[in-house]
Design a protein around this ligand. Structure first.
Ligand code: UD1
Ligand code: PEP
Length: 439
């Protein structure tokens, strides 16, 4: 079992080069299925476990995928099957995003129910409601969802009950090849939706309004592969911004886009952190005491749920009591128990965590229960006295490129321990984003 070991108390300094966004590249890779002609060349594809998994999903469909030096090439002229297997889809929720493109291209898709981080029940009813409105017949059985359409998908007006990121993406992709116009109301507005729409429009789709609550898609006959560069990862950038603040350090997040991080930046500024933005990135400089603030997660442009646990880590060391309210997922406080092992004082009351500040954090043995919870434990460990040992590292590998190496180069006392047998397995699977220290 791999572990990350952190000895807290070090200051950090330097530049962090922000990778392409995981949550943008995954739907874009799924969308590349729509390219019946030519080749898609996707630049700045971060070397993450999730990216490897979705590439394998496409390969299992008979699509040609090459991945080399953060560039993915997809040739989807031929698709051998419309079925995405349980073994791959269970590993990652975003693999369900192949449903819309397969349905549009082949008129049929059979996808296993998706897995992913256990941060809530995460239904897919809004995805299915969209496909049904466009004329698909949906059947559920034996852990699979099967969607079929006679002829072509039909444009429809679809109101989403929740502004779901995944449902907006899946429906938008399906609608690109539908007959007529599709309108998605109460659509999600995340920057990753805009990046996906830009990629699809470059392929020949006609999408207007991405980034607003109403997206209009005029269906076209055919899409072709194109070259696209993925937007920078706002959650990776936000996580390193908190690393700077929690250690009282000065870091520059190269490539980060301030407009994508507005709620995180403004909350950190309210806490007393100095933040400067320029056209190439964001500098975070923290030295004095931090003030407590209240945070409520919301769909974009609200405070991102994917930054909630990292922000909580910072609030644990601020002056005063903060309230953190999670409105997006119903089970995204699993890190609270792990923080408590590090001497944090947090009480959960329904969807709100009451965080008492000025915690004297102590190193402890803790477990990453999901991706962002794992990142938050690393952040807390950077500020803690003594040694923290973090297990459940595979969650962290889903979303952060070489996080231990990056932090060590910035000055942190952090390393990763990989047992010999795991290292061999990792190399076998081609998971190359791990620089192990052998136990
Ligand atoms: C790969 C990816 O991009 N993942 C992100 C995406 O996940 P994902 O696309 O899964 O998140 P959604 O926006 O769909 O989920 C938001 C809320 O809507 C609910 N819901 C969703 C779909 C549905 O059919 N029915 C339904 O009720 C969910 O249970 C959740 O409570 O957006 C989340 C919210 O910003 C982020 O935390 C994830 O990092
Ligand atoms: C929850 C996340 O990812 P996923 O939707 O892939 O589980 C995340 O990126 O924080």
């Amino acid at each position: 079992m791999s572990k990350i070991i952190v000895r807290g108390g070090r200051k950090l300094a330097g530049n962090v080069k922000i990778n392409g966004a995981k949550n943008a590249v995954l739907p874009i890779i799924a969308a590349s299925i729509l390219g019946a002609e030519g080749e898609s060349v996707i630049h700045d594809a971060p070397p993450l476990d999730d990216v490897l998994v979705i590439n394998k999903v496409l390969q299992s469909l008979g699509i040609e995928v090459e991945y080399n030096r953060q560039v993915i090439r997809v040739r989807a002229q031929q698709i051998a099957t419309c079925e995405a297997s349980y073994d791959l889809v269970r590993k990652m929720r975003a693999s369900f995003l192949v449903m819309g493109p397969l349905l549009a291209r082949l008129g049929q898709a059979r996808i296993s129910l998706p897995g992913g981080c256990a941060i809530g029940t995460r239904p897919i009813d809004q995805h299915l409601k969209g496909f049904e409105a466009m004329g698909a017949d949906i059947e559920l059985g034996q852990g699979y969802i099967e969607a079929k359409i006679k002829g072509r998908l039909k444009g429809a007006k679809i109101y989403l009950d929740v502004a779901s990121v995944g449902a907006t993406e899946n429906i938008m992709m399906a609608a690109t090849l539908a007959e007529g116009t599709t309108i998605i109301e109460n659509a999600a507005k995340e920057p990753e939706i805009v990046d996906l729409a830009n990629y699809l429009n470059a392929m020949g789709a006609v999408i207007r309004g991405a980034g607003t609550g109403v997206i209009r898609i005029e269906g076209v006959e055919k899409l072709r592969g194109v070259v696209h560069t993925v937007i920078p990862d706002r959650i990776e950038a936000g996580t390193y911004m908190i690393a700077a603040a929690i250690t009282g350090s000065d870091l520059y997040m190269e490539g980060a886009i301030g407009d994508h991080l507005r709620p995180v930046i403004s909350k950190m500024q309210e806490m007393g952190v100095l933040i400067e933005e320029d056209e190439n990135g964001i500098r975070v400089c923290a030295s004095g005491p931090l003030r407590a603030v209240d945070v409520k997660t919301l769909p974009y442009p609200g405070f991102p749920t994917d930054m909630q646990s990292q922000m909580m880590a910072l609030l644990m060391v601020a002056d005063g009591t903060s309230l953190v309210t999670e409105t997006v997922f119903e089970n995204r406080f699993m890190h609270v128990e792990e923080f408590a092992n590090m001497n944090a004082q947090i009480k959960v009351d329904g969807r709100t965590a009451i965080v008492s500040g000025n915690a004297k954090l102590q190193g402890a043995k803790v477990c990453a229960t999901d991706l962002r919870a794992g990142a938050a434990l690393i952040l807390a460990a950077l500020a803690a006295d003594g040694e923290t040992e973090i297990t459940g590292v595979h969650h962290i590998d889903r979303g952060y490129v070489d996080i231990t190496d990056v932090l060590r180069e910035l000055g942190a006392d952090i390393h990763r321990v990989v047992p010999k047998e795991v290292e061999e397995e990792v190399v076998d699977m081609g998971f190359f984003n791990i620089q192990p220290t052998l136990a």
